[in-house]
Design a protein around this ligand. Structure first.
Ligand code: ZN
Length: 701
């Protein structure tokens, strides 16, 4: 053993001194499936029990990296252990203790413990940091760093990766260098991933009861055929309790990893319980009434026409975007009703007429940006905007029309009490206008950038992630006190905002068939999720509509431009209508199907889902667990409801009828249904691009 590694007696009762000569083999922790040990060369290894298969390996000198900032000159330094620690072991734990960090020839006094322990049959990496010098600040921590995961030629390494709603990368060679910020759709919906091989997997997950901002890093090193991972936490503070990062080797499919995370989650958090109408809702029609360039597409009286279209498609909700005086985001957060579009009273009357037809109305707001041309920005910006470490605003723009000067936005920080109050006031305004909900755009989308404002409710150098949640909770409390059925929506879901949002507008990876990736990951872990699919078109193809049904998402169409309006009202579509539009709908699809043709199928599909609401609306998404399916391009997903299981089978082939085989462990097939056909023979060939619902009952022994 290297002389630089020495052992000391810790103040903790359960730790014992380990003589240096006993280093080899003395540091061993064992779970059901794996053993973690530190050998005499200072190498940490996790080996599968019953074999010599190395699952992970890392030199102790690389196990963590601490970023320090010198307060006098703001210079940053990054320190690895480099043998400046002492190590000891106790009951089910190994502890590394540090009393100083060497920065060049300077010694920075700290108290730090990095602990590896056994917890929930996993290896748990935790600890704490404390800086004892006024001269220094912790900037960030990277820990644990596992530099060699599954080294060697082991076949069939695949990755379940939580980008968006989830990705499944079947071939590790195709996995590059990925970094996900948590929590956000620009990063990750939940802080765990799994690397699988044969019939086992390695789970790496952050079990942080504060759900704090962090970054998951995973890269595949092709030359060595292995992965490298670490968790980075921004700090900007002098004390920090390192939350648990769990590393667990498990047997079986990825469902076991999802359940492991969910079991921990349930001990600390609870997904929100939305009003009943949300559970039964079929989806929404998103309409921009007035664009960012102030071009009016629909007046308030035209909301009747939007109700006609929504009913044609059988959609139960309309989301009104660009409904206020400035148009879409323009002049935001000044968002009063627009007199030129009909004024406040006309808007209220139109909402009431929609209600009489059974349609809910959601009003748009944005919780993360403000128009810099407004008095609000000029007078309140310094109090409400996010400031980077150089005290500069984060400037954004979203170009909608090619010939319009882009509106310039600054990112807001929800750590500002004034910003949260402004958002809450918009919620109250929406209630008073008679709407059924408010959508706070981008709240779940934008990654948690760090804010260095000294006037906000967070410390400088923290993100506003916690305060996004505080805003949602405050809004919910206030609006539901007026109308318990009023809902709060946002764009894109994470395991953080699912605790305070009733209904999600889908966004990003996993929310459409054309970018399906692997929504199973989040849907299985959080089956409570009620989200729309994402479809920026004024129609739905049969494929996209079927995708939403099979994955248990609600449907969506979007009418954003005058060209979209012509399409839904007159079935006209020309390229010229979109020459000035930066992000047009898929015109090829619009030319392929009329709005009536699309609406006819979506309407019948939704009718079918409503008839079988026990599965499509109220069933728990179980993916394919326990369901064996065979067939060419046949997908089947299960929805569990008590003793009954509905399996939605989709023949994705666009041309051919296909045979398929299916079996479900422990269940007996009872019935089968297709759209418009009532009961059908369950296992006969299924028509091209069609779905069939098979209903099973749990077998009684
Ligand atoms: Zn801030």
């Amino acid at each position: 053993m290297k002389k630089a590694i020495f052992c000391i007696v810790l103040g903790l009762v359960w730790f014992s001194v380990v003589p240096c000569s006993a280093f080899d083999g003395a540091f061993t922790l064992k779970t059901k499936n794996a053993t973690l040990s530190i050998n005499k060369k200072g190498i940490l290894e996790i080996v599968q029990n019953g074999s010599k298969s190395v699952i992970a390996r890392t030199p102790i000198d690389d196990l963590w990296k601490i970023g320090l900032i010198n307060n006098s000159d703001n210079k940053e330094y990054y320190i690895s252990p480099l043998k400046t620690y002492s190590i000891s072991s106790g009951v089910d734990a190994i502890c590394f203790e540090i009393n100083a960090l060497l920065v060049g020839d300077k010694s920075v006094e700290v108290d730090a413990n990095f602990i590896i322990s056994l917890k929930d049959d996993a290896f748990c990496f935790s600890g704490w940091l404390k800086c004892n010098s006024d001269e220094w600040l912790f900037k960030e921590l990277e820990y644990p760093r596992l530099t060699e995961i599954m080294p060697g030629e082991k076949k069939n390494k695949s990755i379940f990766w939580p980008a968006g709603l989830g990705e499944y990368i079947k071939n590790s060679e195709k996995f590059g260098d990925e970094n996900l910020w948590y929590p956000s759709v620009q990063g990750t919906c939940m802080p765990w991933f799994s690397i699988n091989y044969e019939d086992a997997g390695l789970y790496v997950g952050c079990h942080d009861s504060l759900q704090a901002t962090k970054k998951l890093n995973l890269s595949y090193v092709k030359s060595d055929k292995m992965f490298r991972t670490s968790i980075t936490t921004p700090l900007y503070r002098t004390k920090y309790k390192i939350p648990d990062v769990m590393v667990k080797l498990y047997k079986g499919q990825w469902y076991n990893a999802a359940r492991f995370y969910r079991n921990w989650y349930d001990m600390h958090f609870k997904p929100f319980s939305a009003p009943g109408w949300v559970t039964n809702n079929s989806g929404w029609l998103l309409a921009i009434l007035k664009q960012q360039n102030e071009e009016v597409i629909w007046n308030y009286r035209d909301i009747d026409k939007l109700c006609n279209i929504a009913q044609q498609f059988n959609l139960g909700t309309i989301g009104l975007f660009g409904w206020a005086a400035g148009g879409h985001d323009h002049l935001y957060p000044n968002f009063p009703p627009d007199n030129l579009m009909g004024g406040r009273e006309e808007l209220k009357k139109a909402i009431k007429r929609a209600h009489k037809r059974g349609i809910k109305i959601i009003l748009y707001a944005n919780a993360k940006i403000m128009d810099t041309s407004t008095d609000f920005y000029r007078l309140n910006g310094i109090e409400t905007i996010l400031l980077d470490k150089n005290m500069r605003p984060d400037i954004q723009f979203y170009i909608k029309q090619k010939n319009a000067t882009p509106v310039i936005f600054a990112q807001a920080c929800n750590g500002s009490e004034l910003w949260r109050k402004t958002m809450i006031d918009l919620g109250i305004q929406a209630v008073n206008l008679g709407a059924d909900g408010i959508l706070y755009d981008q709240l779940g989308v934008l990654k948690p950038d760090l804010c260095f404002s000294k006037s906000h409710d967070h410390s400088p150098g923290e993100s506003d992630a916690d305060f996004r949640q505080i805003l949602l909770s405050e809004v919910n409390r206030k609006v539901k006190a007026v109308n318990p059925d009023f809902i709060v929506m946002t764009e894109s879901s994470t395991d953080v905002n699912i605790q305070s949002v009733d209904y999600f507008h889908g966004c990003g990876i996993g929310t459409a068939e054309w970018r399906k990736e692997f929504p199973e990951l989040f849907r299985y872990t959080f089956p409570e999720l009620v989200t729309t699919q994402r479809n920026a078109n004024p129609m739905l193809t049969k494929t996209e509509a079927n995708f939403a049904a099979v994955y248990g998402m609600r449907h969506e169409i979007e009418i954003r431009y005058p060209g979209d309006k012509k399409y839904v009202l007159n079935n006209e579509v020309t390229n010229e209508d979109y020459t000035n539009v930066v992000d047009p709908p898929n015109l090829e699809m619009l030319k392929q199907f009329t709005a009536e043709e699309s609406a006819a199928y979506v309407n019948s599909l939704i009718e079918f889902q409503n008839e079988h609401a026990d599965f499509f609306r109220k069933g728990r998404f179980i993916d394919q667990e326990g369901i064996a399916i065979k067939g060419d391009n046949i997908v089947a997903k299960g929805f569990l409801n008590g003793e009954k299981l509905g399996v939605v089978v989709w023949n994705k082939n666009l041309e051919d009828e296909k045979d398929f085989q299916i079996s479900v462990d422990g269940y007996q097939l009872i019935n089968a249904f297709e759209i418009g056909s009532g009961k059908v023979d369950a296992l006969t060939a299924i028509k091209a691009n069609s779905i069939r619902l098979l209903v099973y009952h749990r077998e009684i022994y």
